[in-house]
Design a binder for this molecule. Structure first.
Ligand SMILES: Nc1ncnc2c1ncn2[C@@H]1O[C@H](COP(=O)(O)OP(=O)(O)OP(=O)(O)O)[C@@H](O)[C@H]1O
Ligand SMILES: [Mg+2]
Length: 398
């Protein structure tokens, strides 16, 4: 059993993705746009086609619903790798590529095409099929990540790179780039990654970088938690209204951090489909090892042995909709909510919270659209950062 706080399992590189998906995706598109321009002028077979495929992957990663975070990370990983390869050959009129390297580049190209095809399939799935296939899809995405990691390792071998690319400067730059990528991947990826149990599911989010117009809502929620030993809050509203963002703001509020210094976890339920997968994710998030007892007993014993625990179950509607038939998830939520010392926040699409729970009163109102002023501020924030990115890309391309 761990005594670490949930923040100890947070990975900054993962945190910086997720909640800024759209922004990250837009940034990646800009970056790939630059890369494509450079690649078009190169005498390197594959790179033009690879950046084209990569562009499709980035667009698709933004449209998939299940395993979305894993798809975004895969797209980012592929972008890093292709960019490193392109940058290494930037400005060279002709690059001598030997047969072995051509074969490796070809393999990488085919991997990118498989990733694109997989994402096409993921983005066109119906909601039910998506849920049922979530764990198979997760395994596939993990395999792709491993394949990209292997490609990085391959390209990293100094002797091979020096021998294969004629320009020494280019090979040094490529070497440095792939080293950086690998260091990033080693930090970002836990030793064992298994689809639904990925760290992505329970990495606590950072305080939202762009956040306007919800101060009153957040302070009401914080007050309810501070004044109720076993607060149970439901953050409701239509898709995309800002439920996850608000929950992140509450989770990172300094008073909440003080109240839950050790055990405070934020779990995305988006890719979970069963009560068991939720239990597994919670145990993993608390770093509990399940020896002989059941998952629930282990989790319950742990929560009961602590004084204050906060659990945020984000996008809970995925689990709730799936389990209309069996009542497992309903019972699990009820049992968890009855545990002394556990405070719970559920974010969920719609206007009706899960039944059977004594939600803390007064209930939070469903989130409504931001005021015009707040929406404008949020809009300008995105423009400001995109302009900044464009400038950066312009400079690096020039
Ligand atoms: N108060 C806010 N200020 C600025 N931007 C916001 C705010 N709330 C949400 N956003 C932005 O709106 C987008 C959608 O927000 P979020 O993911 O929190 O919505 P959601 O209700 O959780 O969506 P879903 O129902 O799909 O889970 C994000 O890009 C987020 O950064
Ligand atoms: Mg959400």
């Amino acid at each position: 059993m761990s005594s670490t706080t949930s923040n100890a399992i947070a990975d900054p590189s993962i945190q910086s993705m997720g909640k800024k998906r759209q922004y990250a995706s837009q940034a990646a598109k800009l970056a790939v746009g630059t890369v494509t321009t450079i690649a078009d002028g190169l005498n390197v077979p594959f790179l033009g086609a690879a950046t084209h495929t990569l562009n499709q992957i980035i667009v698709l990663a933004d449209t998939v619903k299940a395993n979305r975070e894993a798809c975004m990370q895969l797209a980012t990983q592929a972008t890093d790798l292709v960019q490193a390869l392109v940058k290494a050959t930037e400005g060279k009129s002709a690059v001598n590529v030997d047969d072995d390297l051509k074969r490796d580049l070809g393999d990488l190209g085919r991997t990118l095409e498989s990733i694109r095809d997989c994402m096409v399939a993921l983005s066109s799935r119906s909601r039910w099929k998506r849920i049922l296939s979530s764990s198979d899809d997760g395994a596939k995405l993990t395999e792709f990540r491993n394949r990209l990691t292997s490609a990085v390792t391959l390209f990293q071998i100094r002797d091979q790179i020096s021998g294969r690319i004629s320009q020494e400067a280019a090979s040094q730059e490529l070497l440095q780039n792939v080293k950086d990528i690998q260091a990033h991947q080693l930090n970002a990826l836990p030793a064992e990654i298994s689809s639904e149990r990925s760290e992505l599911l329970y990495a606590p989010p950072a305080y939202p970088e762009c956040f306007y117009g919800r101060d009153e809502f957040v302070s009401s929620a914080v007050d309810l938690i501070l004044n109720n030993a076993q607060a149970k809050l439901a953050i409701l509203g239509p898709g995309g209204i800002g439920k996850t963002t608000v929950a992140s703001a509450i989770f990172n509020n300094p008073q909440i951090q003080d109240m839950f210094p050790d055990y405070r976890i934020f779990v995305s339920c988006e890719s979970l489909s069963t009560a068991e997968s939720l239990l597994e994710t919670l145990c993993k998030a608390f770093n509990l090892s399940v020896q002989n007892g059941s998952l629930y007993t282990t989790l319950k014993d742990f929560i009961q042995s602590t004084s204050t625990v906060l659990v945020v179950l984000d996008n809970f509607e995925t689990l709730w909709d799936t389990n209309n038939v069996s009542n497992e998830i309903e019972s699990l939520l009820k049992n968890l909510c009855s545990l002394k010392s556990l405070s719970t926040i559920v974010t969920m699409r719609g206007s009706i919270p899960p039944i059977g729970i004594h939600w803390t009163k007064p209930a939070l109102p469903p989130l409504s659209v931001l005021s015009i002023d707040a929406a404008k501020l949020s809009h300008y924030w995105h423009i400001w950062h995109n302009v900044d990115l464009l400038q950066k890309n312009f400079i690096s391309a020039g």
